[in-house]
Ligand binder design. Structure first.
Ligand code: PLP
Length: 338
């Protein structure tokens, strides 16, 4: 491993929020049922922060940045059922900061029912700023930031998905963590995960490069919303920014961006039959709860790729459970139809 980059990573401001390392577990029933590769799961849904998830790793670095900046409040944005917003609210509370969430709802519709992540946001006492703007969240965040500043507050902005150079360090760290876990001793042929705002993927690619895993494994992101080129561009930019922060030569990381956008269906959070079946399959084979928006869709992709012989017997595949089960309670109707 590149010692200088590792030292840089270790020197970055970071506060302990997540329970780490997250476990790696075998999925014996599913492996048998699907008849393909040996399947494993990395339990990043068990990071422990207000029901956990992948944003917790990013927030260890992002919230530390907010504290360094002397902030008294944080603002971030997302969908009404954003896992990122909920974890940001909880992390902010741990750090004594006031959480502000800019949440999107469809034009003119009343605010959505208080359930799932939105219930947790409310319990955490987050101040919710509804927006119907389809303009980039960044603009709305900036507007809320200037309102708070005018009230004499010192808000710190955390970008959509927590995906910037600082946030993605959580996933550089996650790959370094994984490389040292005994369960990954004989390596995985592939890692599969849901990708959206790109920070997780960018961090994993940089981290795999740093840990010397990049040549021996495939890191496949299943898009849950955007076409592959759109996410790929974001991931590439994030890799470059992250590499700069670590003074690391990104090597092949950018060329190894690998995104499958075949499972988007009708779009973000529009639950389809494959999503539903994937959530049920994981629950019924392994007793593990996925979510319909991210991990269920990514797992539906994995099931299909095994069906199509892309991943086969004799291989070892690691599925990253990035969290999201808190949203299950807001998707009951969508999950239980047919
Ligand atoms: C945000 C999120 C992702 C995607 O991570 P990005 O870094 O935004 O690409 C995956 N799974 C869950 C459950 C999430 O909340």
């Amino acid at each position: 491993m590149d010692k200088t980059a590792l030292d840089r990573l270790a020197a970055l401001p970071r506060i302990p929020i997540a329970y780490l390392p997250t476990p790696i577990a075998r999925l014996p029933n599913l492996s048998r049922y699907l008849g393909g590769p040996e399947l494993f799961v990395k339990r990043d849904d068990q990071t422990g922060l207000a029901t956990g998830g992948n944003k917790t790793r990013k927030l260890e670095f992002l919230i530390a940045g907010a504290l360094e900046a002397g902030a008294d409040s944080v603002i971030t944005a997302g969908a009404a059922q954003s896992n990122h917003a909920r974890q940001t609210a909880a992390a902010a509370r741990m750090a004594g900061l006031e959480p502000h969430l800019v949440l999107h709802k469809p034009d003119a519709a009343p605010a959505p029912p208080i359930s799932g992540n939105l219930l947790l946001d409310n319990l955490l006492g987050a101040v919710i700023h509804w927006t119907t703007e389809t303009a980039p969240y960044e603009e709305t965040i900036r507007r809320v930031a200037s309102v708070l500043a005018a009230e004499g507050k010192k808000p710190f902005v955390i970008p959509y998905g927590g995906s910037n150079a600082v946030g993605l360090m959580g996933y550089v760290q996650a790959m370094v963590e994984l490389a040292a876990q005994p369960e990954s001793g004989d390596r995985f042929d592939a890692h599969l995960f849901a990708t959206s705002s790109g920070g997780t993927q960018a961090g994993m690619l940089l981290g795999a490069h740093l840990a010397g895993l990049l040549d021996s494994t495939r890191l496949l992101g299943i898009s849950v919303d955007l076409p592959a080129p759109a996410i790929g561009e974001r991931v590439a930019a994030l890799i470059r920014e992250g590499a700069r922060l670590l003074s690391l030569d990104p090597g092949e990381a950018e060329r190894r961006i690998d995104i499958d956008d075949s499972y988007i269906g009708e779009g973000y959070a529009i639950v389809n039959q494959a999503d539903r079946e994937a959530v049920r399959l994981m629950a019924r084979q392994e007793g593990i709860l996925l979510d319909p928006v991210y991990t269920g869709r990514a797992f539906a992709g994995l099931v299909d790729l095994i069906d199509r012989g892309v991943f086969t017997k004799g291989q070892r595949v690691l599925f990253w459970h990035t969290g999201g089960a808190a949203s299950l309670f807001a998707f009951g109707a969508e999950l239980m139809t047919s």
